[in-house]
Ligand binder design. Structure first.
Ligand SMILES: *[C@@H]1O[C@H](CO)[C@@H](O)[C@H](O)[C@H]1NC(C)=O
Ligand SMILES: *[C@@H]1O[C@H](CO)[C@@H](O)[C@H](O)[C@H]1NC(C)=O
Ligand SMILES: *[C@@H]1O[C@H](CO)[C@@H](O)[C@H](O)[C@H]1NC(C)=O
Ligand SMILES: *[C@@H]1O[C@H](CO)[C@@H](O)[C@H](O)[C@H]1NC(C)=O
Ligand SMILES: *[C@@H]1O[C@H](CO)[C@@H](O)[C@H](O)[C@H]1NC(C)=O
Length: 231
């Protein structure tokens, strides 16, 4: 039931329901912050060179606390989920015993500050893909929660080359664009200024002419008389 509300309510943004929705969102916000949450951090992907050792980050949080939290890491191997490791954490702060199913994997989070990160040693191109950090807390009717981390394995040379080329190209391109923009703006400004000056001169000449011929008459009359005189 709660899950249904959670999915439907944010979509109802009619003006008439705005206040109700706001209140609901606040309530739901409080509610959902109490549930278990798995997080792989603000940047859920990593680009790493083959042969290096990477950390797959994951932490959990729960306002109501955990009790026998089950967690695992899985690798999406072309559609089938390969279990990497799993464990049941008795309570917060206790280092759990973690069963590891894949080689080159080490559990480094140690449940310190809810940290369930793992280390993947000497990565190969086959290690690239999507890793799911999964958690289930019996305290909240064993709902499933997960977060996905994307590992991209690259060849060293290509990456360095690309970044350098992009940096240089964008720097040179940016400088040229800036100079061109500056020159155009300068020329345009000068052009406008010279035009304005010309206009001002003309105006001064005509108005002085008007001043001489018509002594302080209305502008429209002065104009109509001034225009026929060609200079
Ligand atoms: C990474 O892969 C490239 C291309 O397959 C290979 O030449 C290189 O030796 C590999 N590097 C490491 C550290 O395994
Ligand atoms: C992945 O799955 C697709 C079809 O689902 C298949 O064609 C492809 O060969 C598979 N690749 C590997 C590496 O198993
Ligand atoms: C990673 O590679 C290094 C050097 O090739 C090796 O000494 C080390 O044992 C490897 N680590 C694992 C966990 O395979
Ligand atoms: C989790 O633990 C690892 C290994 O000790 C550490 O490098 C990482 O920064 C920790 N992550 C968080 C979010 O504390
Ligand atoms: C939760 O995940 C387990 C597998 O770990 C699965 O069997 C179960 O159906 C899932 N429950 C829900 C409600 O998705």
């Amino acid at each position: 039931m709660e899950l249904l509300f959670c999915e439907v309510e944010p979509l109802r943004l009619d003006a008439s329901y705005a206040a109700a929705t706001l209140i609901f969102s606040v309530l739901l916000g409080v509610w959902s912050s109490q549930a278990l949450e798995m997080s792989v951090g603000k940047i859920p992907f990593l680009e790493a060179v083959n042969g290096s050792t990477v950390m797959l980050p994951c932490t959990y949080s729960s306002c109501i606390g955990i009790d026998k939290l089950y967690f695992n890491w899985q690798f999406n191997n072309n559609g089938t989920m390969d279990m990497i490791c799993d464990s049941t954490i008795p309570s917060e702060g206790v280092e759990p015993y973690v069963t590891i199913y894949k080689e080159r994997v080490e559990f480094v989070g140690k449940n310190h500050h809810n940290n369930v990160s793992i280390l993947l040693w000497n990565i190969t191109f086959e290690d690239g893909g999507f890793y799911t950090c999964f958690g289930r807390n019996p305290k909240e009717r064993s709902k499933n929660h997960s977060a996905i981390f994307h590992l991209i394995v690259v060849d060293e040379l290509r990456v360095v080359d690309n970044t350098l080329t992009i940096i240089i190209a964008s720097a040179v391109g940016g400088a040229i664009a800036f100079l061109m923009g500056f020159m155009l703006l300068k020329n345009f400004t000068l052009f406008v200024l010279s035009k304005l000056e010309e206009k001002n001169k003309e105006c001064l000449v005509t108005s002085s002419g008007i001043d001489n011929t018509e002594n302080g008459l209305s502008g429209s009359k002065a104009d109509s008389k001034a225009t026929p005189k060609k200079k």
